[in-house]
Design a protein around this ligand. Structure first.
Ligand SMILES: Nc1nc2c(ncn2[C@@H]2O[C@H](COP(=O)(O)OP(=O)(O)OP(=O)(O)O)[C@@H](O)[C@H]2O)c(=O)[nH]1
Ligand SMILES: [Mg+2]
Length: 252
């Protein structure tokens, strides 16, 4: 991305969707008008009418042939955005959990070169997060994992597990995301990889909303996700100490 140019960077929003029929329209309504023309929704064989609604809303819809999982879905999302020539890619869950009105503010940080990869943080204060409806066990697990990840990756982020992420193209070109998991731990791997490759990562608050349709990941899947995130951190340490080589840290 040429930060000195007057041409606005091509910004593409990608939405990894699975059973998002009840929330996708409200998610789109929050997004400022000027960003609505370049939205790609990848459907992971939803069992509801996500595809029909997304097409009616005028989104570019890609249908995955079989249900592959959240990570697999994001691989398709990023491939499509890069192919369409995106300078900046925004990943936003279509579950109406994150406030899309804040998108332009995040872009400013990337355009000025202050950072390469930004996260929308759902955790500004404990009171605010709990009031928004995040289950207490998720809040506590998030804090423990986030503190651990900050220590290991040498970062200072508030919420490593956000579904609102903004990338410069170069980040997605360099990270070998095809080597990542097809499941939820994909998100943790992306952050470990971005830190490993030396990208500037930062965050800003995005108030979130919790309601039944905004949250499909249950206690046992969350536990599995937490343990695999810790394994990713251990991989990062072993790789940094040159004790072992992992494919996820081999430049794409
Ligand atoms: N492809 C795929 N996507 C999924 C699956 N489960 C959830 N998703 C999508 O992944 C996104 C995140 O899922 P959520 O359950 O909201 O998880 P989360 O936002 O990390 O966790 P919460 O804080 O509980 O909301 C949503 O946009 C879902 O549509 C799945 O089994 N396969
Ligand atoms: Mg959610």
């Amino acid at each position: 991305m040429d930060t000195n140019s007057n041409n606005p960077p091509k910004t593409i929003i990608v939405m990894p969707a699975y059973n998002a029929a009840a929330t996708v329209e409200a998610t789109i309504r929050d997004i400022p008008e000027q960003f609505r023309k370049d939205i790609i929704l990848v459907d992971d064989c939803s069992r509801d009418n996500t595809v029909e609604i997304a097409e009616k809303l005028g989104l570019t819809v890609i249908r995955r042939e079989k249900n592959g999982g959240y990570g697999a879905n994001q691989k398709t999302c990023y491939d499509a955005a890069l192919k369409q020539g995106a300078d900046i890619v925004i990943m936003l869950h279509p579950d109406y959990q994150y406030d899309g009105r804040l998108i332009p503010y995040f872009l400013g940080f990337l355009k000025t070169g202050v950072c390469d990869f930004m996260l929308g943080s759902r955790i500004r204060t404990r009171a605010e997060t709990i009031k928004s409806g995040m289950p207490v066990y998720k809040y506590l697990a998030n804090r423990v994992l986030t503190i651990t990840e900050n220590l290991i990756l040498g970062q200072n982020l508030a919420d490593f597990h956000s579904g609102f992420r903004v990338y410069k193209r170069v980040v997605l070109e360099k990270i070998p995301y095809h080597k990542n998991s097809d499941d939820f731990v994909f998100d943790s791997q992306m952050l470990a990889q971005a830190a490993y490759f030396g990208f500037k990562i930062a965050d800003a608050p995005v108030p979130c909303r919790y309601f039944k349709e905004a949250s499909s990941i249950n206690f046992s899947r969350s536990t599995r996700y937490g343990l695999l995130t810790l394994w990713t951190m251990l991989q990062f340490v072993l790789q940094k100490l040159k004790l072992k080589n992992f494919d996820i840290f081999k430049q794409a």
